[in-house]
Design a protein around this ligand. Structure first.
Ligand SMILES: [Mn+2]
Length: 281
């Protein structure tokens, strides 16, 4: 792997699989079939591993520092989301200075070259579109290697979305910065509102560099289809077409981009997704 690889993380939620397939198929369409990518997985499900293999998606099986024992039960439904915090520790990425992490609920619409040449000091992320920045704490504390640290909460700041993150892995490995960060995470998991995204925003704060919204573009923006490079279905997933909860976000280009997403599916996957659509209520 020499170019900047694209990283995905999955857990045993079966709905991740069609999302991941479309993400990788669309990546290969815009960046070429040889575009380096890697899927990180901490579980043990043989059928999931087989389906990655059928799709020629290389898989990094990884035992996380923030494991099921460390992460509160109420976050286990989205436990795969925390894996992105540890990418700097993946043996498969040794010697790789940068990677582009993407959620599996993305679809690549246009080339990534202008993004992959960027070299952020720590990481670069786009602004979160819906969630305002809010937290109850003025600062958070943790202990690492016998020393106490206090992290002031970064006011004023918008929240960055962790759906697409260009990580400077080498910077995180230097001085074991990654373990320092993971100590902060482990000791503050009870004080976060928004999963891994809070941990990145709280700890790195103003050190996070801003990406233009075209690199993490929700499908409900009116210019999503014409300008988005990476579409992020961060609200309703492409098959979530009924639940009233999401009515406000099924607007503008949502319907058009959902059709585009479905165009990447094979016949049997298409049937499965249509069954999910009928069940969405
Ligand atoms: Mn997402």
């Amino acid at each position: 792997m020499s170019a900047v690889p694209v990283l995905f993380c999955v857990d045993d939620n079966p709905r991740y699989l069609p999302l991941l397939r479309v993400a990788v198929r669309s990546l290969r369409e815009v960046q070429g079939v040889d575009a380096p990518c890697l899927c990180v997985y901490a579980g043990n499900d043989r059928s999931l591993l087989d389906s990655l293999e059928r799709e020629h998606i290389p898989c990094a099986r990884y035992t996380p520092v923030l494991d099921k024992a460390a992460i509160p039960q109420r976050f286990h439904r989205a436990i795969g989301a925390f894996l992105k915090l540890e990418l700097a520790l993946l043996p498969e990425l040794v010697g790789i200075p940068y990677c582009l992490y993407c959620d599996v609920d993305v679809m690549f619409l246009r080339p990534l070259d202008d993004l992959l040449i960027r070299r952020p000091r720590y990481m670069a992320m786009s602004k979160e579109q819906t969630a305002p920045f809010f937290h109850e704490h003025e600062s958070l504390s943790y202990t690492w290697r016998g020393k106490d640290y206090t992290v002031p909460m970064p006011f004023p700041i918008w929240t960055f979305s962790s759906g697409v993150v260009l990580f400077h892995l080498q910077r995180l490995r230097n001085y074991d910065h990654i373990h320092n960060f993971l100590a902060f995470c482990a000791q503050n998991l009870e004080r976060i509102g928004n999963l891994d995204q809070s941990l990145l925003n709280y700890f790195f704060g103003k050190r996070i560099e801003k990406l233009e919204s075209r690199w993490n573009c929700p499908p409900y923006r009116c210019e999503a289809a014409s300008e988005g490079h990476i579409i992020h279905f961060h609200g309703p997933k492409p098959w979530e077409i009924r639940r009233p909860l999401w009515n406000d976000l099924r607007i503008n280009d949502f319907w058009k981009l959902r059709e585009k997403w479905k165009s990447f599916l094979e016949a049997d996957e298409h049937n499965m997704v249509e069954a999910w659509e009928k069940a969405d209520a």
